[in-house]
Design a protein around this ligand. Structure first.
Ligand code: APR
Length: 233
C-alpha cells in the first residue's frame, strides 16, 4: 500500500481521469479539435485573433462535459476524501466538474472551470453553462467581452500559493492521468521529492516525468483508484 489513512494526501489529476467518462485527453487525441491545434484555441493570442472560434471550442467542451458522468476513478477519490477527513486535498488540471459531481469537496481547479466565465475587464468569475456559437457574451456591468474562466497556455495557474502550501503539508502525493508535460503542474512531483514526500503515479502509461516518482501504478484510473480506496478501509 503506497500510503495509509493516517497520511495527509495531496492528489493531482489530469485529463486521464476523465478519459473513461468519454472526455478526450489533450495529447491522446493528437491535440486536435476540428483540425485546429489546441494551442490555436486555448491561448490569449487565439482569443484576440478569433474569439468566436475560441467560444465554439469551449461551447463544445461544455456540451461534452454536461453529457458525461463521473466514473469509478472520480468516485474512488471522493471515497478517499471521506476516509481521510481533513487530510485530503484534490488539485485538478481539469476544467470539467466530474470530481464535484462524484462527491469531492476539498478541490481546487488550477486551470480554471468550464462552467464559469469572466468579464475581460471586471475579471470576477461567475457561473455560466451557456453555449455561444455566433453571438458573443458581453458583461452586464461594463459591456466588455466575456471569456471562458480557463487558464490558457501562457497564463498563470490559479492560487499557486495555496497549491504549494497544501503540498508542503502533505505526506504523500498521488498523481493521476496526466502526461507530465505542462508546467508548473508537472513540477509538483519534484517539489515533493525535495521535501521527502512520498510520490505515486497512477495511469495506463508512464508519464514524461516518470523517473521522479517513487512508485508507478500502471492501469486505468477506474481500476487503480478503487483498489487504492478499498485497501485503505
Ligand atoms: N486513466 C488514467 N490515465 C489515463 C487514462 C485512464 N483511463 N487514459 C489516458 N490516461 C493518461 C494518459 O496516459 C496521459 O498521460 O492521461 C494523460 C493525459 O495527458 P494529457 O492529454 O497531456 O492531459 P494533461 O496532462 O491533463 O494536460 C495538462 O495541458 O492542454 C493543457 O490545460 C490543459 O490541463 C491540461 C494540461
Amino acid at each position: 500500500m503506497p500510503f495509509s489513512a493516517t497520511d495527509r494526501l495531496f492528489v493531482l489529476t489530469g485529463a486521464g481521469i476523465s478519459a473513461e467518462s468519454g472526455l478526450a485527453t489533450f495529447r491522446g487525441s493528437g491535440g486536435l479539435w476540428n483540425g485546429h491545434r489546441v494551442e490555436d484555441v486555448a491561448t490569449p493570442e487565439a482569443w484576440h485573433a478569433d474569439p468566436t472560434l475560441v467560444w465554439r471550442f469551449y461551447s463544445m467542451r461544455r456540451r461534452d462535459a454536461l453529457a458525461a458522468q463521473p466514473n469509478a476513478g472520480h468516485l474512488a477519490l471522493a471515497e478517499l476524501e471521506r476516509q481521510m477527513p481533513g487530510r485530503f486535498y484534490l488539485c485538478t488540471q481539469n476544467v470539467d466538474d466530474l470530481h464535484e459531481r462524484a462527491g469531492s469537496h476539498h478541490i481546487h481547479h488550477m486551470h480554471g472551470s468550464l462552467f464559469q466565465s469572466r468579464c475581460t475587464r471586471c475579471n470576477a468569475p461567475f457561473p455560466d453553462a451557456a453555449t455561444y456559437e455566433t453571438t458573443l457574451p458581453t458583461c452586464k456591468v461594463c459591456g466588455h467581452p466575456v471569456r471562458p474562466h480557463i487558464v490558457w497556455f501562457g497564463e498563470i495557474p490559479l492560487a499557486l500559493e495555496e497549491i504549494y502550501a497544501e503540498l508542503a503539508r502533505a505526506t504523500a502525493l498521488l498523481v493521476v492521468g496526466t502526461s507530465g508535460s505542462v508546467y508548473p503542474a508537472a513540477g509538483l512531483v519534484h517539489i515533493a521529492n525535495q521535501r521527502g514526500i512520498r510520490t505515486i503515479y497512477a495511469g495506463p502509461e508512464a508519464p514524461l516525468n516518470a523517473e521522479a516518482f517513487d512508485e508507478i501504478l500502471l492501469g486505468p484510473a477506474t481500476e487503480v483508484l478503487p483498489t487504492l480506496a478499498a485497501s485503505l478501509k
